[in-house]
Design a protein around this ligand. Structure first.
Ligand code: 13P
Length: 262
């Protein structure tokens, strides 16, 4: 992490926690972080619940004036119309979402989303006033054929095709082989790819945008590996899956600065 960028600790709930569980979770997370005097300006915190939870989460966050941010896990490439099952960026923005995840590997591989689709989703998110959180990452098979940054860098180039100086977006480097695996990438591995991704942003857009853009790491992040990851100069936060579903564990990741000096 760098002092120039506010760290972002994000929890991707995937298809977990219904809207009642979401309310209980967010309340408990807010109390836990309040008790710990967490400074949200120092370390930003966001959760990504399923679509059906978003209205409940929004209502609670507004009513209790919580500083937590939230976003959707996916967005349609379209703005409106006959697209059964799709959710537009406008709908997410109307629910006060700040962010939306695009290009998660579970969508790239299980739902066969191409780089073109992900570019269109990132653009649709930006055009709706949301900050896209663009996920990239290589599979174990990719690693056998290419150097580690090759596939993530190519995915990021594809996603940023319509982006220009001043656009805000977040990049999440999530090696597919580390997701749900129990073992994260090493800090060196995360830093090497993150620094290449920052260069891609500089080449595709400009140096100023590259210096401002937050690059997260995701894949088996836990309280016991967060410090090493956050010490990487080009890693500005984490996208947490499994460990974001337990309040104490997620709060411990959010409070990583308590475990070490930075
Ligand atoms: P895990 O933290 O469960 O490995 O998941 C990472 C992830 O996919 C976050 O988007």
């Amino acid at each position: 992490m760098s002092d120039a960028r506010t760290p972002l600790i994000a929890g991707n709930w995937k298809m977990n926690l219904d809207h009642l569980q979401a309310i209980a979770f967010v309340q408990k997370l807010a109390w836990t972080l309040k008790d710990a005097n967490h400074d949200f300006d120092d370390v930003e915190v966001a959760v990504f619940p399923p679509f059906t939870d978003l209205r409940s989460v929004q209502t609670l966050i507004q009513a209790d004036r919580l500083e937590l941010k939230f976003g959707g896990q996916d967005v349609s490439t379209h703005a409106l119309g006959a697209f059964t099952g799709e959710i537009s960026g406008h709908f997410l923005k109307q629910l006060d979402c700040s962010y939306v995840i695009v290009g998660h590997s579970e969508r790239r591989y299980r739902h066969v989303e191409s780089d073109e689709t992900i570019a269109a989703k990132a653009k649709a998110a930006r055009d709706s006033g949301l900050v896209p959180l663009i996920c990239v990452g290589e599979t174990a098979k990719d690693l056998e054929r290419h150097e580690p940054s090759a596939v993530p860098a190519s995915q990021l180039r594809g996603a940023l095709i319509d982006f220009k100086p001043g656009d805000e977006f977040v990049v999440a480097y999530e090696p597919v082989w580390a997701i749900g695996a129990g073992a994260a990438a090493t800090p060196d591995q995360a830093q090497n790819v993150a620094s290449v991704l920052r260069r891609v942003v500089a080449q595709m857009i400009d140096e100023e945008t590259a210096a401002k853009t937050r690059i997260l790491y995701g894949g088996s992040v836990k309280p016991d590996n967060i410090v090493g990851i956050m010490k990487c100069p080009d890693v500005d936060g984490v996208l947490v899956g499994g460990a974001s579903l337990d309040v104490e564990t997620f709060a411990s990741i959010v409070r990583y600065k308590k475990h070490a000096t930075f």
